[in-house]
Ligand binder design. Structure first.
Ligand SMILES: Cc1cc2nc3c(=O)[nH]c(=O)nc-3n(C[C@H](O)[C@H](O)[C@H](O)COP(=O)(O)OP(=O)(O)OC[C@H]3O[C@@H](n4cnc5c(N)ncnc54)[C@H](O)[C@@H]3O)c2cc1C
Length: 404
């Protein structure tokens, strides 16, 4: 069977690509392993799907990884966060802004997003529960082999995702196809996830949150501000998700990753002033007011900090405790596995692709889009937007071949 386009994977990227192609009456085949499309999309944002955010193309680029900024320039300018909002609005699924930057469907249903993306024309065929196993050039076309059939097609779009949440069908196959074709790749690794630390296990702080904590990864320039959550065996929350990728690299390269956490959001002068104001109290009680009783009592007991009244302590002790609380060190042992991370770094190296089309430089007619590409952002609607923008570029480039 011959096709104009075969799309491997019906996730965020593959579905947006087929949707963008659907106005051209091409023979398009979407192949997905699952019995439903958009299986991961349905899980996103806790079933509500944080589709995009309010950032301008420039702001968006500034917030994604270093080397990827230049590569993503054309994609985000071609299909921006504003375009995503309008795309769904004009198709009957308006989005609403939350937390001052994230967009979710007004209905709070990820399914509404999937329903828009799966609407298509009569020429588009969808094969469910079919696994693509091999892709190779065949004369002027490509041969796509699945567990069921062999197809020929003029264009192949690989939108098979990463290795994150393999139960959704994303099992890292894009990298296998790329490697077979001698296209350079970076192995998938965890990003946007929690971390493990043995020292936290001893503190019994599970469930405790520190809003807007400043956290830095020692011996690097990486620091983030955001909500921090203690788990029974480590740390989680947005601030940790943002740093997790750098923590992973630090552990891989230096076999060490130490976080410095500011547990009390207060200047030294103010802290000392508070102590002098209540000489008969303990520092623990002051810290309890600044944070929580549970955190203060845990820290003062676990680290044997002085429990005498403030008036019986030296000024130097105040400085030492301030330093301890604002530069609280946590030795990280491990980052969550890539299969459980919300997002994966790694993928097809961006230097292998044309940034304005996502087409392979080595194989004209072959495209990589979405998380299969070594391109990702933090949590907050960045990754679905990246999937959409890269899909838009590939679809437009394919359509150009049929213009005129
Ligand atoms: C729990 C969770 C919540 C998230 N929440 C958000 C959020 O709210 N906002 C946000 O921006 N991002 C979020 N993300 C990240 C976002 O979901 C992904 O970045 C995005 O889905 C990537 O899209 P994709 O199309 O590249 O890959 P996927 O959505 O993973 O789709 C890949 C598809 O390819 C299919 N496939 C793979 N290999 C083959 C093969 N060999 N043959 C046939 N089919 C194949 C799979 O079955 C799958 O359907 C979340 C991720 C997770 C895991």
């Amino acid at each position: 069977m011959n096709y104009d386009v075969i799309i491997v994977g019906g996730g965020a990227a593959g579905l947006m690509c087929q949707h963008q192609l659907s106005d051209k009456h091409l023979k398009v085949l979407v192949i997905d392993k699952n019995s439903i499309l958009g299986k991961k999309l349905l899980l996103t944002g806790n079933g509500r799907c944080n589709v995009t955010n309010r950032y301008s193309p420039q702001e968006f680029i500034e917030r994604i990884g270093g080397e990827q900024k230049k590569f993503f320039y054309k994609a985000i300018h071609s299909f921006s966060t504003e375009d995503v909002v309008n795309f769904f609005k004009t198709r009957g699924v308006p989005l609403k802004l939350e937390n001052d930057f994230q967009y979710f469907p007004v209905s709070n249903k990820a399914k509404d997003i999937v329903d828009v993306l799966t609407k298509t024309n009569e020429e588009t065929i969808i094969h469910y529960e079919e696994v693509v196993q091999d892709i190779k050039p065949h004369q002027t076309q490509f041969q796509v082999v699945t567990n069921k059939k062999r197809y020929l097609t003029k264009h192949v779009v690989i939108a098979s995702g990463s290795s994150s949440f393999p139960k959704t069908g994303s099992t890292g196959d894009g990298l296998i196809f790329a490697k077979e074709l001698k296209i350079e790749t970076v192995p998938f690794y965890p990003a946007e996830t929690k971390v493990y630390a043995k020292m936290i296990e001893k503190l019994s702080l599970q469930g405790l949150q520190i809003p807007n904590a400043s956290v830095s990864l020692l011996q690097t320039k990486h620091r983030q501000k955001g909500d921090l959550l203690f788990t029974h065996n480590g740390l989680s929350g947005p601030v940790i998700y943002h740093l997790s990728e750098e923590i992973y690299h630090s552990l891989a390269h230096n076999h060490k990753a130490v976080l410095s956490i500011n547990l009390i959001n207060i200047t030294k002068d103010k802290f000392i002033h508070l102590l002098y104001e209540s000489p008969a109290k303990t520092i623990e009680s002051i810290v309890a007011k600044l944070t929580s009783k549970r955190l203060a009592s845990n820290l003062f007991s676990s680290f044997q900090l002085p429990k005498k009244p403030i008036q019986d302590l030296k000024h130097e002790t105040f400085n030492q405790i301030y330093e301890f609380l604002t530069n609280f060190h946590v030795d990280i042992d491990k980052v969550e596995d890539k299969t459980l991370a919300y997002v994966n770094g790694g993928g097809v190296k961006t230097k292998e692709l044309h940034p304005s089309t996502m087409e392979s430089k080595k194989y004209p007619g072959l495209y990589f889009i979405g998380e299969t590409v070594d391109l990702h952002g933090p949590i907050g609607g960045y990754n679905i937007t990246i999937a959409f923008s890269t899909a838009y570029l590939a679809a437009n480039h394919i359509k150009e071949n049929y213009d005129a």
